[in-house]
Design a protein around this ligand. Structure first.
Ligand SMILES: Nc1nc(=O)c2c([nH]1)NC[C@@H]1CN(c3ccc(C(=O)N[C@@H](CCC(=O)O)C(=O)O)cc3)C=[N+]21
Length: 287
């Protein structure tokens, strides 16, 4: 069997088209165009690529967007002041502080994320939004997991009653993915670096999500025939060579559906960010 390739490009286009229509309707009704501010501290080259992709998407949708570039030497107080300014700016509905922060600021990460107005938190990383998601009332949900769920819906891959296994327990992917799959009535297991007999567990999955950060970690012998395999990994193994956490060639012989890297989940992440900017604008107009 050869797996159906779930094209990030195709599903991202549908998510962006929906967000664009919603943004245009909002503009007609209220005169407000949703706006995004991306704050990038320091000069991590990978971060610069992602930030560029986010701005391209904003341009494509006609969203207002600004890029705030701050030097590597930025202090915690300077970053707080910038966030306060964006929180108060009526043209900005979404604020994203690109992670990882430079080393000197990493210990302040939680405080930085909590400084963002929860209704402008388009990453869904603020504890208020984490709590809302956990309670089943999330509106600003982390973009990568939300994009994966939307893709499963659009691809008609059933979650209700399915057995889902998520490998990885990060705040950005693993934990929110667990909550979203659970809300869609999947039976969810979260596996991680201390999990014993991992292959035995992953082989039961109808939906397998890999968010580990290790190139080629998921191999064909770990996958149930016909499963949907979602590869969240982004591993740069050479300057221009990006691979996922899944051994794509081997696993695509066993799986029923699989996302490629690049061209998979990364594109869904950016598309769902656009949707979150529109959702955030609506939340603020309601107040
Ligand atoms: N506060 C915050 N929010 C984030 O959402 C966030 C972040 N920090 N830090 C880094 C990660 C990573 N991320 C990606 C965005 C786009 C692609 C993307 O567009 N990928 C393309 C091309 C990638 C390439 O060619 O390098 C693809 O997979 O085809 C990937 C990864 C957002 N992140």
């Amino acid at each position: 069997m050869t797996a159906r390739i779930l094209s990030g490009k195709e599903f991202a286009a549908r998510i962006k088209a929906d967000a664009k229509a919603e943004a245009e309707k909002l503009r007609e009704e209220t005169g407000v165009m949703p706006g995004l501010a991306v704050v990038i501290v320091g000069e991590d080259p990978a971060s610069q690529v992602y930030v560029r992709n986010k701005h391209k998407a904003c341009e494509e949708l006609g969203l207002h967007n600004v890029s705030v570039e701050m030097p590597e030497t930025t202090t915690r107080e300077e970053l707080f002041a910038k966030i306060d300014e964006l929180n108060a700016d009526p043209k900005i509905h979404g604020i994203l502080v690109q992670l990882p922060l430079p080393k000197a600021l990493q210990s302040a990460e939680a405080e930085v994320l909590e400084r963002i107005d929860p209704n402008k938190d388009v990453d869904g990383f603020h504890p208020v939004n984490v709590g809302r998601l956990s309670n089943g009332a999330g509106s600003l949900v982390p973009c990568t997991p939300a994009g994966c769920i939307r893709m499963l819906e659009l691809a008609d891959i059933p979650m209700d009653g399915a057995k889902a296994v998520v490998i990885g327990r990060s705040n950005i992917v693993g934990k929110p993915m667990f909550n979203l799959l659970l809300q869609h009535n999947a039976t969810v297991t979260v596996a991680h670096s201390h999990t014993k007999n991992l292959a035995e567990i992953t082989k039961q999955a109808d939906i397998l999500v890999a968010a580990v950060g290790k190139p080629g970690f998921v191999t064909a012998d770990m996958v149930k025939p016909g499963a949907a395999v979602i590869d969240v990994g982004i591993n740069r193994i050479a300057p221009k060579k990006l691979v996922g956490d899944v051994d794509f060639d081997g696993v695509s012989e066993v799986a029923g559906a699989i996302t490629p890297v690049p061209g998979g989940v990364g594109l869904l992440t950016v598309a769902m960010l656009m949707q979150n900017v529109v959702t955030a604008a609506k939340l603020q107009l309601k107040k």
